[in-house]
Design a protein around this ligand. Structure first.
Ligand code: FES
Length: 295
């Protein structure tokens, strides 16, 4: 069985779901207010923050592993290990924030990722203690063990990101399929005022859902699948969030600015795919920007 198949199997094990739900509730209780959680999600950055922060411990620990092989450079290795230990806390907080808003399969694998990272951190802390006590050999053994564990854990994180799409923009696959021609969204007067409505566009033989919001004579249109993990925006609401009128996802509450698609509230870190809109003879038409024109 391949490593990837093992990880897929792990993400199907539901035996610990109750404990994971308790852990999720605890994370949501600790990571408050929402603005702090959004800071950790990377909503302000337009990109998940966790992989950015995780580069610091991974990079410093890997560099320390190289320097530890060169005796005169070992004091620098110790300094790098200390830096990685300190940097692991914000990386862990950002990871926990993202983890708490994912589906069951991602959360199960994320728990394994967190346990492995915690164990690696413990080994590095042990390494620092051993070095401080003058036991450099033990310090290096613990550090290399930590590096092995952190690397294995990083591959789990990669599987979560790429195979399980935990940090991906879930609206993009729909946008890629959607025609780049103008789509007839129907008469303006048929759209309800101030709440999302579902319309469909053509996508290589498959209907692609679109969430359309009318405010007076203005219409804003988006891919229906939420950028976060694909929730149905057309079943959401229109609310003012942080000073902007937004379409709000019914699944985890991500809010996207109606006029730009930019995220105003997480957990999403990505903007929502938004269509250009034009009006002709009382009808509304939408069209994806050309960046998705691949056919
Ligand atoms: S699917 Fe999570 S906020 Fe939309």
């Amino acid at each position: 069985m391949s490593l990837l198949a093992v990880l897929d199997r792990l993400s199907e094990v539901s035996s610990f779901d109750k404990s994971l739900e308790s852990a999720r509730a605890a994370v949501n209780k600790v990571l408050r207010p929402q603005a702090f959680k959004d800071l950790l999600h990377g909503t302000w950055l337009g990109h998940p923050l966790h992989p950015v922060l995780a580069m610091v411990p991974v990079g410093t620990w890997l560099s320390a592993g190289i320097l530890d092989a060169v005796p005169p450079a070992r004091p620098a290795a110790t300094a790098l290990i200390g830096t990685g230990v300190a940097a692991s806390l914000p990386a862990a907080l950002a990871g926990a924030a993202d983890w708490s808003e994912q589906d069951d399969a991602v959360r199960r694998l994320g728990a394994v990722h967190a346990v492995a990272n915690s164990a690696a951190l413990g080994l590095y802390v042990g390494s620092l203690v051993a070095r401080r006590k003058g036991n450099g050999t033990l310090g290096r053994v613990l550090a290399y063990s930590g590096l092995g564990l952190a690397s294995a854990s990083a591959s789990i994180g990669g599987h979560m990101s790429y195979a399980q799409s935990s940090g991906a923009n879930h609206a993009v696959p729909e946008a890629r399929q959607l025609t780049t021609d103008w789509i007839d969204l129907g008469p303006l007067d048929d759209l309800p005022e101030g709440r999302p409505a579902l319309r469909t566009g053509e996508g290589q033989g498959t209907p692609i859902g679109l969430a359309v919001v009318r405010r007076g004579a203005r219409v804003d249109a988006f891919i229906n699948a939420c950028a976060h993990v694909g929730g149905p925006l057309a079943e959401g609401t229109v609310e003012e969030v942080r000073g902007a009128d937004c379409i709000v996802c019914p699944w985890h509450g991500s809010a996207f600015d109606l006029e730009s698609g930019e995220p105003r509230r997480g957990p999403t870190a990505s903007a929502q795919e938004r269509l250009e809109v034009k009006y002709e003879a009382g009808r509304v038409f939408g069209k994806l920007p050309n960046r998705h024109a691949s056919k």
